[in-house]
Design a binder for this molecule. Structure first.
Ligand SMILES: [Zn+2]
Ligand SMILES: [Zn+2]
Length: 90
């Protein structure tokens, strides 16, 4: 029998019926149920780090769905502070 590639902490062959997530650190695949990541939650993950890689690289990086609006870099607040409602406006 040919050897079958195995994945995850449980070292099982790929199973299409089970949700899996790829670790961005070691490029191995992990069952969501084995690493505590649900399929819905995985949609929020930008870079996944498995438990082993999380030790070395830090926790998984989440996507930011609602990024705070960034102020335009540059002009207004560069250098001198401008106060709204000051006398120079009249
Ligand atoms: Zn597994
Ligand atoms: Zn990993």
């Amino acid at each position: 029998m040919a050897s079958v590639p195995v994945y995850c902490l449980c070292r099982l062959p790929y199973d299409v019926t089970r949700f899996m997530i790829e670790c961005d650190g070691c490029q191995d695949w992990f069952h969501g149920s084995c690493v505590g990541v649900e399929e819905e939650a995985a949609a929020e993950i930008d870079l996944y780090h498995c438990p082993q890689c999380a030790v070395l690289r830090g926790p998984s990086v989440m996507k930011r769905r609602r990024a705070p609006p960034k102020p335009a870099p540059g002009d207004a607040d560069a250098g001198r502070p401008v106060r709204t409602g000051s006398a120079q406006f009249v």
